[in-house]
Design a protein around this ligand. Structure first.
Ligand code: TRP
Length: 340
């Protein structure tokens, strides 16, 4: 994504479901930019525990415990709670209230056609037994975004249909009340478009697939992960020409090595033959160790005092709630629901 496209007048909202610790895919896809963007404009970061429950009611302890873990990941990468407002979704009931009105502006058929929902239903094997809260979470996500009058939503490419559906709700609402109460938002998607693949080369890095490297990984886990990483299966001897495309080590070097000229040079030598996998792996390992070492250290420092982190979340939530309450009041007023 190109953070330059964001200006001081923009308002950012984005968030993460609290189902597990964040990993390198989150870092490259979103967290890194949030650190930059918090100096550009107002930024709200949502710990989406309520949304996580839409398919995790049986795992509410996990959802609850990961609120702190995701908050620690935010702080560890350099998100500054004095610049960004970090808040807990379930503690802002105005969001569910907004969502309940938005549900009247979407059809079940439209929800079922939402590509993100369709994919997720398949992935989770719900078939016809879809929790209603899950099917309707696009309306809840529209509430998250519009409550803050967000204009920019940094997300992965898979979330773009969510923003489209949000904007449909915005237009329908404004049309029906004949007032510009709600604001449309644009998705800010990582520039390369593609997601960071898992360390096994599978399309997506995901905790549940067991192919991720978390931001809190130890030096040893990083070493092991790089060691296991896929390269070119036909590159058997050092002198053989190797393939760069689809080679996970090179995909990661593209994402994490700050010296892209050196990476181009390595690619040429690899294609030509004569460059061993060990050399590129050693370089990648050094990059990842250098990136994650300070993140891990900061995470450990914050983790020493969880009460203090929770206090930060409490403050952020109070600030977020004020904004959401204001929007809700405008929405209700526009619908004539101001009785006294
Ligand atoms: N659906 C997002 C995810 O799965 C999390 C999320 C919840 C979100 N509410 C949001 C993202 C609002 C952007 C805007 O990662």
């Amino acid at each position: 994504m190109n953070p330059q496209k964001v200006s001081a007048a923009d308002i950012i909202l984005t968030g993460d479901r609290t189902t597990g610790p964040l990993h390198l895919g989150h870092y490259i896809g979103s967290l890194k930019n949030r650190v930059v963007l918090q100096d550009v404009c107002q930024q709200f970061l949502l710990l989406a525990d309520a949304q996580a429950l839409t398919d995790n009611m049986g795992n509410y302890v996990k959802v609850r415990d990961n609120v702190l873990q995701v908050a620690l990941d935010y702080l560890a990468v350099g998100i500054d709670p004095t610049k960004s407002t970090i808040f807990i979704q379930s503690l802002v009931p105005e969001l569910s209230e907004l969502s309940s009105y938005y549900l009247n502006l979407v059809t079940v058929a439209r929800l079922e056609r939402n590509p993100t929902i369709k994919d997720e239903i398949k992935l989770r094997g719900f078939e016809r037994d879809i929790p209603a809260g899950f099917l309707t979470y696009p309306a809840a996500q529209a509430a998250d975004i519009t409550a803050f009058k967000a204009t920019v939503v940094p997300v992965g490419a898979d979330q773009v249909p969510m923003i489209e559906q949000t904007n449909e709700i915005v237009r329908r609402f404004n049309n029906s009340v004949e007032r510009e109460v709600l604001v449309e938002a644009r998705a800010l998607v990582p520039e390369h478009g593609a997601r960071l693949p898992g360390i096994d080369g599978k399309a997506k890095m995901s905790k549940s697939l067991g192919n991720s490297l978390t931001l809190s990984a130890s030096a040893d886990e990083i070493r092991q992960a790089v060691k296991m990483m896929f390269t070119d299966p036909n590159h058997l001897r050092v002198e053989d020409p190797g393939q760069v495309e689809g080679n996970v080590v090179f995909t990661y070097l593209d994402a994490f090595d700050s010296d892209q000229e050196a990476v181009e040079d390595l690619k040429q030598r690899y294609r030509h033959g004569g460059l061993g996998d060990m050399v590129i792996k050693r370089r990648l390992e050094a990059c990842l160790q250098e990136l994650l070492e300070p993140i891990r250290a900061r995470r450990e420092a914050f983790a020493q005092d969880p009460a203090q982190v929770m206090a930060l979340l409490k403050q952020g939530t109070a600030r977020a709630r004020e904004t959401a309450a204001k929007t809700l009041a405008e929405v209700k007023d526009a619908m004539g629901l101001s009785y006294f």
